[in-house]
Structures are given as structure tokens and as C-alpha cells.
Design a protein around this ligand. Structure first.
Ligand SMILES: [Fe+2]
Ligand SMILES: [Fe+2]
Length: 461
């Protein structure tokens, strides 16, 4: 084990409670005067106060020799779980694989951010065109934008997680919402298509309408499901991108109203999908059903009896999987976005809520939700989380998640590199167990830029 620099106040606290510290390394002041001898156990706070007086805010402990810290009962104190006090030697660099990972995350984020901004600029242009013309827009520009997004998201499993994080810092809601819903939906669709299409095909071939439609409304044939071809995915993605386009024709004072909408106002808002959205599509001769179904039914009914849906003429079993994904992505993005009148909800809470509401309704929805949750990635690499102990951590890998702490418990930046740790596996002592503070939304590193150490900001050439 390497040499660590431990916060001196923490050590003073341990010793004052009857604990013992042994450095395992000679500690000298900057004039070379020996302050602590490496093999002498410290049972009193005085020597530590002397080190502190000489400006030592941390004390080196070499755990690989005779160094260590013990509590009153003689049990070794582990500092892994409370990374605020484990500051590695600043000269020590992170393992090369970790450095590479951080660099890769930053490279993907930069690319995603560029795509995101470009898509946002284009939807802004389209919305302005629709406003000016009453409905027409440059469909070629939208096609190109969506192609770019789909290609990026198809690159690998983590592409999406880099695409949507920046939404938390902006408030151009409709633009961000169009791009994000498209990114979330497309990413979920790609996974759904790859992983579950076969299972669902088998499932649908054995299912009887009566087993699903318990209310006896047997007029709806079970929709068959085929693998979505690349061109289908592109068209569906276009549908996701344009799903709310009808909102451009809804009066802004109603759309942005902060209080509760009256029934009459809500009736007007509802029209953005099945009426205004469809009107815009038809004015631009976009009659592809993949696109129009997303626009028309993205507030449709996912299970029998679901409240607040519109239009209601499509039975849940008739609702194609890609439209269900559109609806879930729409809900997810709306809830996790920051608006002028509300904070962003934590994605974990949102996913849990979506799961609770939909997962038990039917098996098809379960398959879709699995793809959706996989795509959303609860703790995306490159995002920032708060822990219940007050620290902020940078997510290196969503599996775990594996994180790098970069502040102490007071939120003060650590300027030394910390070892990556896996949440939940941190310590044998439950009191030191690290947990994610779910009351806080995920943040993008940009939001905590000032607290972020240089090695996490590492720019991408
Ligand atoms: Fe909508
Ligand atoms: Fe929407």
C-alpha cells in the first residue's frame, strides 16, 4: 500500500479519543527538523498539534511499513470509505487505465456536446421557421441532424450518457427537450431492437388478445413486431425529435404558465400532439407513420386505465413499442430537466417512479423499460454525484458506480488525486459506508467546474 496523506484534524480527533497513530515514515518540517519519528506510536495529541503548528494540514502515513492508525480498542481505522481524509501523495499519478478512461470520457463528452449544440441550433432554426411560415420548415436540415444523432448514439453503449447531461444547465426548454427526448428515445430503441426484439416476437406469437385485454374490448388485434431496420430507426428518431413540434403553434402564455392550467387551457395544450403536430407534418409532407405516430400518440395510453392520456383512441396493445419508448423518454426528460418553475428531479427517483408506474402493467412494457433503463444509465460516466457524507464524486464507470471523490465532506476541493472507489463496497464498517445522496440531482462537471481538480478537467486534444 502506498503512502497516504491523512488530514491532521482527523488524526487529532482519533488520538484525542484514545486512538494511536504511527507514521511509518519520518516527518520533518521544511527546515529538516525531525518532528515525528517513523516507528514511535503517538498516543497524545501534542506532537500532532506541533506538526499542525508548522503548517502540516496532513500527515503522511506509510501503511506499507509500520505505519497505521488505530482506534481506542486497537482496531485499525480504515480511511478508504472516508476519502475526504485520504489524500494521496500529489505526485502519485492515477493508474494509466484510469487516466485513459477519464480522457475517453472527456473526448466523448466533447463530441456529444458538439452534436447536442448543433442539434439544438437546428431545432431552434426549425421552430423559428415554423413560427414565421405558420408550419413549413427545412425538413432536410432535420433529417441531417437526426442522422448525426443516430450515428453517434449507435457508436457504443455509453454514447448516450454523454449526450444528455448538459441539459441540466439550460432553460431553452423546447429545444433541449427535443434533442434530449430524441437522444434518450433513440438510445433506448437501439437497445430494445438489439436485445429484446427476438424475445418479444416469441412472446407476441403465443399471446392471445383476451389475456391482455381483460376489459373485453376485443376489437384490437395484437400488433406484430418486427425488427426495426436502420431506416426505420432513423425515421422513428425523427419522430422523437419532432414529437412536440406542435407546441410551436400553442400560445406561449399557456405553454409557459407557471400555475395550474384551467381545463380549457389544458384542452388547448393537448392539441399540440394529435392536431397541431399532425398539421405541421402534413404541411411538410412528412407522412411516414413512424414519425406521425410519435407526434400523435406520445401522450397516449400505455396501459388500460392510465390517467391523463390523450388521444385515447389507440388501445395500449396497438401502441407500437417505439411510441411507448417515445412516451417514456418524454416523461423522463421532462422530469429530469430543470425549468424556471421547478428543479430537476434526480434521475434515479424518476426511473424508480416510471418503473413503479409501468413495470407491472404488461410484459411488453417490462421489456421496453429494461431497454430504457439500460439506455438511460442511472449514473452516467462523467457525471457528478453527491454522497450522503457531503463529498462530491466524479463517476468513472456506471457499474457500481465506480467514482473518484474530488471534495471533502465540507465540499472543499481536494487537490490531490484520490483512488477510484466502488460505492457500496467501500468499507467493512457500516458507519463508513459510502452512499449516494439521492436528494440531489446528478450534475454535469460544468456545474461544479470550480471544485473540479485539473486532472478531471483534462482537455481533449
Ligand atoms: Fe408532448
Ligand atoms: Fe414532450
Amino acid at each position: 500500500m502506498a503512502e497516504f496523506s491523512i488530514n491532521i484534524d482527523r488524526l487529532i480527533d482519533i488520538v484525542s479519543r484514545g486512538g494511536t497513530v504511527k507514521t511509518g515514515v519520518d516527518v520533518r518540517n521544511d527546515k529538516g527538523v525531525l518532528l515525528l519519528e517513523k516507528s514511535v506510536p503517538i498516543h497524545s495529541v501534542n506532537p500532532l498539534l506541533v506538526v499542525k503548528k508548522y503548517g502540516g494540514n496532513t500527515l503522511p502515513i506509510d501503511f506499507s511499513t509500520s505505519g497505521g492508525v488505530w482506534d481506542k480498542a486497537g482496531n485499525p481505522v480504515s480511511f478508504y470509505a472516508e476519502n475526504t481524509i485520504v489524500k494521496e501523495n500529489p505526485e502519485k499519478s492515477l493508474p494509466e487505465s484510469i487516466e485513459r478512461k477519464i480522457k475517453e470520457i472527456n473526448r466523448k463528452k466533447a463530441e456529444a456536446s458538439e452534436k447536442y449544440e448543433c442539434a439544438k441550433k437546428n431545432i431552434k432554426k426549425v421552430i423559428l421557421e415554423i413560427k414565421n411560415s405558420g408550419g413549413e420548415f427545412d425538413t432536410g436540415l432535420v433529417e441531417d441532424t437526426v442522422t448525426d444523432i443516430v450515428n453517434f448514439l449507435a457508436l457504443d453503449d455509453t454514447a448516450f450518457s454523454h449526450m444528455t447531461r448538459e441539459i441540466f444547465s439550460y432553460d431553452d426548454y423546447l429545444y433541449n427537450h427535443s434533442v434530449s427526448t430524441c437522444a434518450i428515445g433513440t438510445s433506448a430503441l437501439i437497445r430494445f431492437n438489439e436485445k429484446f426484439s427476438e424475445i418479444i416476437n416469441n412472446h407476441l406469437s403465443t399471446i392471445s388478445i383476451d389475456t391482455i385485454n381483460s376489459n373485453g374490448d376485443g376489437n384490437h388485434p395484437a400488433s406484430s413486431f418486427v425488427y426495426y431496420l436502420p431506416q426505420d430507426i432513423h425515421d422513428i428518431s425523427l419522430g422523437y425529435f419532432l414529437h412536440d413540434v406542435g407546441k410551436v403553434l400553442i400560445p406561449e402564455n399557456i405553454l409557459n404558465k407557471q400555475g395550474k392550467l384551467s381545463e380549457a387551457e389544458f384542452d388547448i395544450v393537448k392539441k399540440h400532439s394529435y392536431e397541431k403536430g399532425m398539421e405541421i407534418l402534413s404541411r411538410n409532407k412528412l407522412d411516414n407513420p413512424f414519425i406521425s405516430n410519435c407526434v400523435k400518440y406520445h401522450h397516449g395510453v400505455l396501459f388500460q386505465g392510465e390517467k391523463g392520456c390523450y388521444p385515447t383512441n389507440l388501445h395500449p396493445i396497438e401502441m407500437p413499442p417505439y411510441v411507448k419508448i417515445c412516451k417514456l423518454s418524454d416523461v423522463y426528460d421532462a422530469m429530469t430537466s430543470k425549468r424556471s418553475y421547478k428543479d430537476a428531479f434526480n434521475p434515479v427517483g424518476v426511473v424508480t417512479e416510471i418503473f413503479r408506474k409501468y413495470a407491472n402493467q404488461d410484459r411488453m412494457l417490462q421489456f421496453i423499460l429494461r431497454a430504457f433503463v439500460k439506455a438511460v444509465g442511472i449514473y452516467p460516466p462523467g457525471s457528478v454525484l453527491n454522497l450522503t457524507n457531503g463529498q462530491m464524486v466524479y463517476v468513472l464507470d456506471s457499474d457500481g458506480p465506480m467514482v473518484i471523490p474530488f471534495t471533502d465532506k465540507e465540499g472543499t476541493p481536494l487537490f490531490h488525486k484520490s483512488d477510484p472507489i466502488k460505492i457500496g463496497e467501500s468499507d467493512e464498517n457500516p458507519e463508513n459506508k459510502l452512499e449516494i445522496d439521492r436528494r440531489h440531482p446528478l450534475k454535469s462537471p460544468i456545474e461544479v467546474w470550480d471544485s473540479l481538480p485539473e486532472y478531471l478537467k483534462v482537455s481533449v486534444q
